[in-house]
Design a protein around this ligand. Sequence first.
Ligand code: DAH
Length: 341
Amino acid sequence: MDMNERLQELSRRAKASIEAAMDPDKLNEARVAFLGKKGELTAILKGMKDVAPEDRPAVGQMVNETREQIEQMLDESRKAFEETIRAEQLKAEVIDVTLPAKKNLVGHRHPNSIALEEVERIFIGMGYEVVEGPEVEYADYNFTKLNIPEDHPARDEQDTFFINDSILLRSQTSPVQARKMEEGKLPIRMIAPGRVFRSDEVDATHSPSFHQIEGLVIDRNITFADLKGTLEEFARELFGPETKTKFRPHHFPFTEPSAEVDVSCFKCGGKGCRFCKGSGWIEILGCGTVHPNVLSMCGIDPEQYTGFAFGVGLERIALLKYEIDDMRLLYENDVRFLKQF
Ligand code: DAH
């Protein structure tokens, strides 16, 4: 058999092996068998030394042509395999866009959070900053510095969760006032939202843990008129532009004079309804001008500076705004309830 025939025969066998290969592994085996280091074509090349020198160029060319043929066949076959694999992959990954989507179960914002953001928006709009204080507080800040002396009934164990004689769960957000004043940076315009604790039984209007928003403004020449104007504006923004406010004299140890503020019932406009228990008014907060004792105890000269303060119950605002008649609903976190707001 001359060289030409040998090469043609080899090429035919290579073709048959390549066509018979059912997967890329078998194809690779065919490549190794014919073109590999120990492959048949390589063996022929190694035998070139036995070919007469004058025949070598022609034989060399034939070997190269055969190599190219086999390489081309291998290449085509490899491409065909790749295409089939890709087609199968695409088929397997097909997405049926007509299938109903999976429902994404996200929670819902709590009415307290919605109400708080609304109150923060209003006061930030008036140039206030939002400040936070600790929930576990010194009796000193919760009471003493706020002009609530040792024997004051507000300190009663019945109302307060004491941890020891001098530390307690804060019963109001007012201690944040004292902390802010002690920092000594004036003027102050702040609100302090947060959780407070009182030893109360749970019912429709009470909970041992609830939230307040404290407000404090300290500057030169602040008067009760500033307090009135601010809270009137706050009430109008929160409950609507028609809302009227009424300041009733009251007593708080940390303010003098002090008042409780009622807003005209936004349900009946003040005529009297079930919502306002027939009175036409709804109580929303306590306030007053900061007591000079509080200023001095917190390092501010009451001869130079005056201020006002107020305290709002966050739950009270949320219950009013969304006409919820049982506070317990706010703590149960039933999504069916929360979803309504
Ligand atoms: N801390 C008071 C309370 O818990 C609410 C309050 C009333 C805060 C009057 C004030 C204020 O800052 O001036 O009942």
